[in-house]
Design a protein around this ligand. Structure first.
Ligand code: HEM
Length: 405
């Protein structure tokens, strides 16, 4: 590595026009809206070498929809194996199937697929509805709530707990671990919270093995890698990803949807009068409010769209930049539910989100219930909106007020 005249070290092969000497997370926080902050990158190159891309480490960042989509699809160039410079994941544990490549990926994913089909999620619909309803009943008459802590964080946690067959009393503890994994003051604190989740999961897995266990647990225990049984580390990796994948992603997305809706009375009225438009609204919301930046690792030395990259270098695929690329969508910052976008917020290619139907169901039930039960949903004049840009782009606080319908 050579030291350039930049503030931070940049590998020799990185073309100068790609070097972006910024802290990505801080950059996303510069304006009042992280999507507008990120949108400024669409004026520059589609491929950046960010000196501080995530957690103090450098990485390539693809800023345009077409490049992010290619990054997801081309698993031969971009491996899902974790990059060596990832400092927030304990190297002892894998997240499966998301950190596996072909051919192993297929075997891990197929164990979980039956539990996430549209039919399997339909069978859970009443659980999602009951939970949503009881949360809304808890605050509807009050005329206000802090949406993130009273709704958006609880719903996905409670659903994942029921999906995995864990005790409901664990909810406060799960919320605490999740909070520390995202907001822990130091990397050590975040790693310790991840370790606490692992310890809990190990105990849970042992108890599931000793008892008949849930159908999901039984399917994982009898899963196969080609013709051998899955080992303990693989079983833990599958439970670990199921535990983390559907929490903060959903919380963050619900938050941004509701923040938008609270500022768009016309859309509230349209969805109230025409609930059949809600699925189209969800497609547009998810295009515009991507929350994650999945990572890849350059599989071999290569040249991608004219840019030389070296084996092992990390790549970020920020779905929140892809979804606001003006090359893919005119007026990308405008929410237009008639747009019917084909976006990459849930990924694309072999690793496309397994929980997509569950996530969309949670969004749909939330939207149906909020617009049918409450009117004039808004952010009150003294209301606060706070967000974070580490890990996911998500809201920490969203004050809402309304009148009961
Ligand atoms: C709005 C909510 C969600 C968003 C935006 C989201 C986004 C994503 C994205 C972008 C990927 C691809 C990652 C990659 O290619 O590296 C992914 C994968 C995955 N998601 Fe989601 N997700 C959401 C909700 C959920 C839920 C609720 C679950 C399940 C409880 C879930 C389970 C998974 C799993 C298991 C994978 C890995 C699939 C594989 O590697 O084959 N997700 N998700």
């Amino acid at each position: 590595m050579a030291i350039t005249n930049m503030r931070r070290r940049v590998p020799d092969h990185v073309p100068p026009e790609c070097v972006w000497d910024h802290d990505f997370s801080a950059f996303l926080h510069e304006l009042e809206d992280p999507y507008l902050s990120g949108g400024r990158l669409h004026e520059g190159p589609g491929i950046l070498w960010a000196t501080l891309a995530a957690h103090g480490q450098p990485a390539w960042i693809f800023t345009q929809h077409a490049l992010v989509a290619e990054g997801f699809a081309d698993h031969e160039k971009f491996s899902s194996a974790r990059a060596a410079n990832n400092v927030v994941m304990d190297p002892n544990w894998m997240l499966l199937p998301v950190e596996a490549d072909k051919p192993q990926h297929y075997y891990y994913r197929r164990v979980l697929v039956p539990f996430f089909t549209p039919a399997a999620i339909n069978a859970r619909a009443s659980a999602v509805q009951e939970l949503c309803s009881s949360l809304i009943e808890g605050f509807a008459d009050r005329g206000s709530c802090e949406f993130v802590s009273e709704f958006a964080a609880i719903l996905p946690n409670a659903i994942v707990i029921s999906l995995l067959g864990m005790p409901r009393e664990m909810l406060p503890q799960f919320l605490q671990w999740e909070e520390t994994i995202i907001h822990g003051a130091t990397i050590d604190e975040r790693l310790a919270a991840g370790q606490a989740v692992i310890s809990y999961l190990k105990g849970f897995i042992a108890a599931q093995k000793a008892s008949p266990g849930t159908e999901l647990a039984q399917a994982i225990f009898s899963g196969k890698m080609e013709d051998r049984p899955l080992n303990d580390a693989e079983i833990l990796g599958l439970f670990y990803l199921l535990f983390v994948a559907g929490l903060d992603t959903v919380t963050s997305t619900l938050g941004w949807i509701m923040r938008h809706l609270a500022a768009d009375q016309a859309l509230q009225a349209r969805l109230r009068g025409s609930p059949r438009d809600i699925p189209a609204a969800i497609e547009e919301f998810t295009r515009a409010f991507g929350v994650s930046a999945p990572t890849r690792t350059v599989a071999n030395d290569l040249v991608f769209h004219g840019v030389p990259m070296k084996k092992g270098e990390p790549v970020l695929l920020p779905t929140f930049l892809a979804g606001r690329d003006p090359r893919a969508w005119p007026n990308p910052h405008v929410i237009d539910i008639d747009r019917k976008p084909r976006h990459v917020t849930f990924g694309a290619g072999p690793h496309v989100c397994l929980g997509i139907h569950l996530a969309k169901r949670e969004m749909r039930v939330m939207l149906e219930m909020f617009v049918s039960r409450l009117t004039n949903i808004r952010i009150p004049e003294d209301g606060r909106v706070e967000f974070h840009t580490t890990n996911t782009i998500g809201l920490d606080r969203l004050d809402l007020a309304w009148e009961p319908a």
